[in-house]
Design a protein around this ligand. Structure first.
Ligand code: NAP
Ligand code: ZN
Ligand code: ZN
Length: 349
């Protein structure tokens, strides 16, 4: 066993605090990663606070992991010591169901093995995430971070990046397509950058115009405040695709009016409460509401290569782990530009 420093929540009401966890000794197909940076995703907060139900404690969150390979198992072929790598939300899956065979491990029909708040492949050892100094992962669930991307700014691509890349690809964002991103947070700002690089026309729908300058710099063509009712009149029937990244419940019906005929409103933000939707806003215009979860491993690598090619990385605020609880408070208040990333060096001291 490998003794590992980490930060964990003891219960849903407890702040994150220092602890020690054990990682398995790397097996033949495993890679030991020296974690350097880990992003703070809003999903970490939902799960630490048990907002989705079923959280398991103690919990070491963190699924936006970037680090360097420090040891490899005897049969590892893809990675060697010193490689810059990432781990996202998945550490394994059944590998045999239709979804896994199609490279859509996030939709594994028996339930994938998630990086934390889940179980390892043995079905009984709880997984623990990236707010820690090292992690052991099967090489098939490790991805390569392009050399031109700094590891701290690349870390959030592992969840925020691929969670937007995947629906943008699936719903064919590109030249001639009008895409709106709702919420300019960790996920949303990656959506703007990636959709812009894909050639789509990008509009940000944010609560206010406070982040307008940043959004335009990221590649947005237009920026509107959703607090202003005039926005919903001005943008009536405008978009082919709307991706909603908001972590709270908002009135989806209002946004359906902004779709063109056959447009899709895709939900990636995950509030805890159900949201009622009327039949008529969907029927008129053959519109759809859909959901999308992260991305598979091959698609995560494709996204990283795309970001490497286009020089896309995240706008981050680096924080020592000792300030993680304050960082959580600021994320909840939408007061971060645009992703907190934990400098894991602060945990090694
Ligand atoms: P985040 O950084 O907190 O961003 C959410 C953004 O939503 C905020 O920056 C804010 O943008 C907007 N917002 C917040 N509260 C709002 C409210 N009451 N009304 C309207 N807008 C509001 O969070 P994130 O890390 O990007 O994650 C966003 C959501 O996606 C979370 O629920 C997370 O769990 C979920 N998620 C889903 C997946 C998936 O696979 N589907 C993956 C990762 C995360 P403005 O200031 O611009 O309004
Ligand atoms: Zn996430
Ligand atoms: Zn499967």
């Amino acid at each position: 066993m490998i003794e590992t420093r980490a930060y964990a929540a003891a219960s849903a009401n407890a702040p994150l605090a220092p602890t020690q966890i054990q990682r398995r000794d790397p097996g033949a197909h495993d890679v030991l990663i020296d974690i350097q940076f880990c992003g703070i995703c809003h999903s970490d907060i939902h799960q630490v606070r048990d907002e989705w139900g079923g959280s398991m404690f103690p919990m070491v969150p963190g699924h936006e992991i970037a680090g360097v390979v420090s040891r490899v198992g005897a049969k590892v072929t893809r990675y060697k010591v010193g490689d810059s790598v990432g781990v996202g939300c998945l550490v394994d899956s059944c590998r045999t169901c239709k979804s896994c065979k199609e490279g859509l491990e996030q939709y594994c029909e028996t339930g994938a093995n998630f990086t934390y708040n889940s179980f390892e492949k043995d079905g009984k050892t709880p997984t623990q995430g990236g707010y820690s100094t090292q992690v052991v992962v099967n090489e098939d669930f490790v991805v390569r971070i392009p050399d031109n991307l700094p590891l701290d700014k690349a870390a959030p691509l592992m969840c925020a990046g691929v969670t937007l890349y995947s629906p943008l690809r699936h719903w064919n964002a590109g030249p001639g397509k009008k895409v709106a991103i709702v919420g300019l947070g960790g996920l949303g700002h990656m959506g703007v950058k990636i959709a812009h690089a894909m050639g789509a026309e990008v509009t940000v729908l944010s609560q206010s115009l406070r982040k307008k300058q940043d959004g335009m710099k990221m590649g947005a063509d237009r920026f509107y405040a959703t607090s202003d009712p005039a926005t919903f009149e001005a943008l009536d029937s405008c978009f082919d695709l709307i991706i909603n990244t908001v972590s709270e419940g908002i009135d989806w019906n209002q946004y359906l009016g902004l779709l063109k005929r056959d447009g899709a409103f895709v939900v990636v933000g995950a509030p805890d409460k159900p949201i009622p939707v009327g039949a008529f806003p969907l029927i008129g215009g053959r519109k759809s509401i859909a959901g999308s979860a992260i991305g598979g491993i091959a698609e995560t690598q494709e996204m990283l290569d795309f970001c490497g090619k286009h020089g896309i990385a995240c706008d981050i605020e680096l924080t020592p782990i000792q300030k993680v609880n304050e960082a959580y408070e600021r994320v909840v208040k939408s007061d971060v530009r645009y992703r907190f990333v934990i400098d894991i060096a602060s945990l090694k001291k």
